[in-house]
Structures are given as C-alpha cells and as structure tokens.
Design a protein around this ligand. Structure first.
Ligand code: NAD
Length: 445
C-alpha cells in the first residue's frame, strides 16, 4: 500500500495534546489535498482524532480551525490551482473557507480508540510515560488492521523497546516532530531494530510530503535532540552549583541563563528553555534516559525537589509562560525560584546592574540572536563574536567559552556513542529543532 492509499484513513492518538494537535493539522491538509484531486472524488478519507476527554477534543476543534485558516491563508496560490474549476470561488476568503471546510469534513473527533480499526497510519502522541505508551500501543495493535503502521512521537523511549513490548513486529518507527509541529521543520526519524522496509520508505515519503527536514537518529534513548538538550541543561545546573558560593543561588542561575543566551547567542537562556519545555518533561526525559542508558548521572535533585513543590513551568492555556526556574512577566524573567524558601527572589534593578557589570566589565555589547538570525552576514558575525569573546579574557567570557566547549563535547560524545553518524546530523538537529544559529560541532572553540 502506498502513501496516498495509507493517507485515506489515519488516526492520531493523543490528538488534543501539544504535539498531536500539530500533527493533526499537518496530516489533515495533505489528506484534504488528496481528496480534492478529481480522481479521488469518490473515495472516503477519514482522519480520526482521538483523545481521552470531550473537553480536550473541544479545545482541539478550536485549535484545528484557527490553524487550518492560518495554513490556508499562506497557501492561496496553491489553493487557487486546486480549486481552479470552482468558478464561484473568487475572493481569497472564499477559497480559504472552502479549504478549511474540506479539511474539516475529513475529521472525526472521538474518545473511542476503537475507531482506529481501519487506520493505515497511526500517529501516537500521548504523553511521555513508558507504561501508558506500551499499553496504548498494545491495544492499538489488537484494534488495528494487521498492516497498520505506527509512528511514535516519543522524545526518549527506545523504539525497539516499544516494538518488543507492544509486539508490533517492526511496524513502528520513531517520528519525532518538534514543537510546534506546524512550524518546526525538523523531524528526527528513528528506526527500530526491526522496523520494516515498507515503513522506512513511507516515513521518508511522508517527510517530503509534509516538507519536513528528516534527520536520522540511532535508536538510543534521548536520540539526538534530547540527548544533547538533557546534558546541556545538566551542565548548566552543575555550573550553578559551582557559582553559588560566590554569587548566591539566585545570582548563579541568573548568570548561567544570561551566559547561555547572550554569550552563546541562543534564542533563550537554558533555564528559560527548560521552563518552556516544562520541568516535568525534562525530569521524565532524564528518568527514561537514566533507565535505558543506565547512567545515574542523568538526574537533577534540584528539579526533583522543584517538581515535588509542583513548580513545573510549561504554558498556560492562553500560551503564556508559566513560572518555573524563573518567574515571568510579559514573557520576561523577573525572578528566580528558591526551592528552600518555596518562593521567588525578585530581581531588582540595582541587583541586576551589579551582576551585569560583572558579566560585562567593559560594557561589552553582543548582537542578540534575533538580530543575527536575519543577518545575511551571520556566519562572519558569529565568527567575530566568538573571537571577541576570547579577547574579553574575563571570568565571564571563560564561563561562556567553557559552555561552548561543553556543548561541543556533548555532541562529540553523541557521535562516539553512535547516536548520530556524522556531525552534520547533530548540527542540523540543534539548528532546526532548537533554533541555534550554529551547530555545537564547530570551530569556534
Ligand atoms: N511538548 C514537546 O515539546 C514535545 C516535543 C517533541 C516530542 N514530544 C513528545 O510527544 C509526545 C506528546 O507530548 P505532548 O507534549 O504533546 O503531551 P501533551 O500532554 O500535551 O499531550 C498528550 C495528549 O495525550 C492524551 N492522552 C493521554 N493518554 C491517552 C490515551 N490513552 N488515549 C488517547 N489520548 C491520550 C492527553 O489527554 C493529551 O491530550 C510525548 O511522547 C513527548 O515526549 C513532546
């Protein structure tokens, strides 16, 4: 069965979640485009969107509508070709609304997982819990057609392990979209030991169809993206411990957050990133990796204690950032959480000025990530930025350069461990999945 045939009946399990909802938007468009081809006029297309509660599905309905409108607004030229025979569709708005309706007509929102019995492709995007994922995959195996193929979005669980535990006989592949799937170009593709050739080629073709950048990662817990991110985060936490004696905990965390963002020219500081991803997600990532890799060091007592206090970051339903390591006001950090006191230490201007003067003793000014992102001379500017950092020759520049070296070492170790085969795969993952301007394997240090 080819991809077009498989796209006639698809299920997304965990469809109302952050990742499932984005995958649903991507797949709905492709299915609608197929359905709109004259030769497919009489075929039935069905995208089953499965989650556990009606409330979750209600939220998903709204999300799908707004996202499909956005997508259609960006594709009016293509949509005009698709609808060229529909003379009544004149205005862009007519075309957009018709496409959204055509997508919507394929959707089936349900809490009944049995509806996936006719699915040829199943995307699994339920939360990162090994036991539940295995239970759901086993159930799906019993429910679905014997040739149904499964694409799991797990961030860290080895795919061969899921395959064995759910007895899927190789009909599973890791298809690790990044958040949000509608925007992020990157998908890490992880083949299990027994992934079938058919599924491998379907996964490749699907990536082209969705216009994604596919990066292969080996089936080692954490894969490339989270294999790097988890260790990068632990490195920063470790540095905070070291800096604490001199700058206090609040100062140390503020410093490492700033150094990772401003000295390393990243889109956000490491602690903002962990807050964005969610401390719960980061903690479970470490737990899964620790179990599967047998590495006790993949742990953070601080994060465990913060989770005990239910300080978890993540987003509010309106998309705003929840407090985690940092407290936020209009998206900007205004304080640091102190787990011993169970409260936030708020930055005041004098306190910030004092630490900033130590970070930038000669009032150095670095171009921020968002400026370099758009700069056609980005490469040269990055090179001169890191040269300037070396010339600064202060404790803070050393902190930055050491961080740069550590991220390089983490990436090189991923090569040694066989998680990636070439440096480009790691660099592409960090650049596309985490919006870095440069890969961790570079000549800057
Ligand atoms: N959030 C991210 O940044 C991110 C990025 C890449 C990959 N991932 C991975 O994607 C997966 C989903 O993560 P998420 O962040 O979207 O989680 P989420 O918590 O936002 O969504 C999970 C959804 O699964 C649903 N669900 C739970 N059990 C279910 C069941 N038995 N049947 C049907 N639905 C069920 C939940 O109701 C929820 O809507 C995880 O494996 C995660 O590791 C997450």
């Amino acid at each position: 069965m080819n991809l077009d045939e498989r796209l006639q009946n698809v299920a997304v399990v965990g469809a109302a979640g952050k990742m499932g909802s984005g995958i649903a938007v991507l797949v709905a468009q492709e299915m609608a485009k197929l359905k709109l081809m004259p030769e497919n006029k009489n075929k039935i297309y069905r995208l089953n969107l499965i989650d556990v509660t009606e409330e979750a599905l209600d939220g998903l309905r709204g999300y799908m509508k707004t996202q499909l409108i956005k997508v259609a607004e960006k594709s009016t030229v293509l949509l005009r070709t698709i609808y060229k025979d529909r003379k009544n569709l004149i205005e862009n708005a007519d075309i957009i609304n018709t496409f959204v309706d055509d997508c919507y007509a394929l959707l089936n929102f349900t809490t009944d997982i049995n509806i996936s019995k006719d699915a040829h492709l199943v995307f699994e995007a339920i939360f990162e819990n090994e036991e539940i994922k295995i239970k759901v995959l086993k159930n799906l195996k019993d429910i679905c057609l014997p040739d149904a193929l499964f694409l799991t979005n797990t961030s860290s669980i080895p795919i061969s392990y899921l395959d064995e535990q759910a007895v899927l006989g190789g009909r599973i592949i890791g298809y690790h979209f990044y958040n949000p799937p509608v925007i992020q170009k990157l998908v890490e593709v992880i083949e299990a030991k027994n992934t079938t050739d058919e599924l491998k080629s379907i996964a490749t073709e699907l990536g082209k169809r969705l216009r994604k950048k596919l990066v292969p990662a080996k089936d080692i817990s954490g894969f490339i993206g989270n294999g790097h991110f988890s260790r990068d985060g632990l490195y920063a936490l470790n540095e905070v411990e070291k800096l604490k004696a001199e700058y206090g905990y609040h100062g140390a965390l503020y410093i490492m957050n700033k150094v990772s963002q401003e000295f390393l020219v990243r889109p956000m500081g490491i602690f903002q990133l962990i807050d964005y991803v969610g401390l719960d997600v980061f903690q479970s990532l470490l737990r899964v990796m620790r179990t599967h890799l047998g590495l006790e060091a993949l742990n953070s007592e601080l994060i465990n204690r913060m989770m005990d206090k239910k300080v978890a970051g993540g987003q509010n339903p309106n998309g705003s950032q929840k407090d985690g390591f940092l407290k936020y006001e209009k998206g900007r950090p205004i304080g640091v959480y102190n787990v011993d006191e169970d409260k936030y230490f708020m930055f005041d201007e004098d306190w910030k000025k004092n630490i900033d003067s130590k970070l930038y003793p000669n009032n150095e000014k670095f171009a921020p990530w968002r400026v370099l992102l758009m700069d056609p001379k980005k490469q040269e500017k990055l090179e001169s930025h890191f040269e300037d950092l070396k010339k600064m020759n202060t404790w803070s520049s050393e902190l930055g350069l050491n961080y740069l070296k550590a991220t390089k070492k983490i990436a090189e170790n991923l090569l040694v461990d066989g998680v990636a085969t070439i440096a480009d795969e790691i660099n592409a993952t960090l650049m596309n999945g985490f919006y870095w301007l440069y890969g961790p394997i570079n000549n800057y240090v």
